[in-house]
Design a protein around this ligand. Structure first.
Ligand SMILES: *Cc1c(COP(=O)(O)O)cnc(C)c1O
Length: 384
């Protein structure tokens, strides 16, 4: 079933999925096979070898494509695997423009892996799309944007970036991990490619590592599908099944993440132990007006700067939560707390990190879907 007229929650539950033709199983089976029978060489039912295609993964790719209003979807064995495939569209000498506070792992891949292959990356302040223009030249082939950014929740104007990318014939990719398709659909705002760390909100239960790419552009899709199969960062059927299952509650979970996020952001904003709260729902958050235009809610990601806390004090606070778990990652049903400077962003040099606001006394919260009273009680206790 893939009826684009159906609403988001219905598509999250049904898109790409039909009762199994051999048994009528309502849930898409886990096709745990590496290879498929061929009646005569090359004559098969569309599946030859499972690196290329697996029916469980096909159902998931169709479901994710539907949620991003995309024609094509590809799933990868991690978010980084998905990003890696996008950069492999490029050649030595090509240049990429991206933000100065992108995900730490993406920064590491760009600077430590692909820079060695002769690709040049410009890390710039994207808070105003016109900042891109001075960096464009005939070698510029890709604009890579994350919004909201991690962990300072900067909002980048997708429509504004798309207009510049289009004028200069630059492929425009958006990492939509933080918003999820429930809150934001970059393809509808002019992006050419959407990337997801499916590990986060889409999987939603902190039990799978996976990535995805979505596009409406046939030519880009053909190239990415070729890289997908040739380089082989493809996920297995069990993980695909777990994400299909997770997606069935994406709309319910996101609604709860947003509702809890509002209450927690407001509680922290007025707390004397907190110097600063980063959350795009505040009217005084930079580019709040753009957030209101391009997002349907503000999510459950909130970062805080602790007042008068050195590294030791910050560590003590990070370790004293009872409901929030100190861990990497985000977007699961359970609330997590993270210390970006030593955890998610440790691969970024201190000086670069601090330029982007990732100071030693910053903590990032991934607000889960527990009862908000218990989350507030945990915060009150920690900051008493
Ligand atoms: C986690 C994350 C990634 C990387 O995804 P993995 O699934 O961990 O490989 C990329 N971008 C953002 C914004 C992320 O949060």
């Amino acid at each position: 079933m893939n009826d684009p007229k159906m609403k988001f929650g219905t598509r999250a539950i049904h898109a790409g999925q039909e009762p199994d033709p051999t048994t009528g199983a309502v849930m898409t089976p886990i096709y745990q096979t590496s290879t498929y029978w061929q009646e005569s060489p090359g004559k098969h039912k569309g599946y030859a070898y499972a690196r290329g295609k697996n029916p469980t993964r096909t159902a998931l790719e169709k479901c994710l494509a539907s949620l991003e209003d995309a024609k094509h979807g590809l799933c990868f064995s991690s978010g980084m695997g998905a990003t890696d495939a996008v950069i492999k569209l490029l050649q030595p000498g090509d240049e990429v423009i991206t933000g100065n506070d992108i995900y730490g792992g993406t920064y590491r891949m760009f600077t430590k892996v692909f820079a060695n292959f002769g690709i040049k990356f410009h890390f710039i302040d994207l808070s105003n799309p016109s900042n891109i223009i001075p960096y464009i030249n005939t070698n510029t082939k890709l604009l890579w944007v994350e919004t909201p950014t991690n962990p300072t929740m900067q909002i980048i104007d997708i429509v504004g970036c798309a207009a510049i990318a289009k004028t200069h014939h630059i492929t425009f990719a958006v990492d939509n991990t933080f918003a999820s398709p429930y809150l934001q659909n970059p393809l509808n705002l002019g992006a050419d490619i959407v990337m997801h760390s499916v590990t986060k909100y889409l999987g939603g239960h902190s039990d799978v590592i996976m990535g995805a790419l979505l596009t409406n552009n046939d030519e880009i899709y053909e190239k990415l599908a070729f890289i997908h199969n040739s380089c082989g960062a493809t996920p297995g059927p069990m993980d695909s099944f777990l994400v299909l299952r997770g997606l069935k509650t994406l709309h319910l979970r996101m609604k709860a993440h947003c509702e809890n996020g509002i209450q927690i952001a407001n509680f922290l904003k007025n707390h004397p132990a907190i110097e600063k709260v980063y959350w795009p729902g505040f009217e005084d958050h930079p580019n709040h007006e753009i957030a209101k235009k391009q997002m349907r809610g503000f999510g459950g990601m909130i970062s805080i700067v602790l007042k008068d806390a050195d590294m030791q004090k910050t560590f003590e606070i990070a370790s004293s939560f009872k409901v929030f778990t100190l861990a990497e990652s985000l977007g699961g049903v359970e609330s997590l707390v993270n210390h970006p400077a030593t955890m998610t962003h440790a691969s970024i040099p201190k000086e670069e990190r601090e330029k982007a606001g990732v100071v030693d006394n910053l903590l990032r919260l991934s607000v889960g879907v527990e009862d908000v009273e218990d989350l507030l009680a945990d915060l009150k206790n920690v900051f008493s």
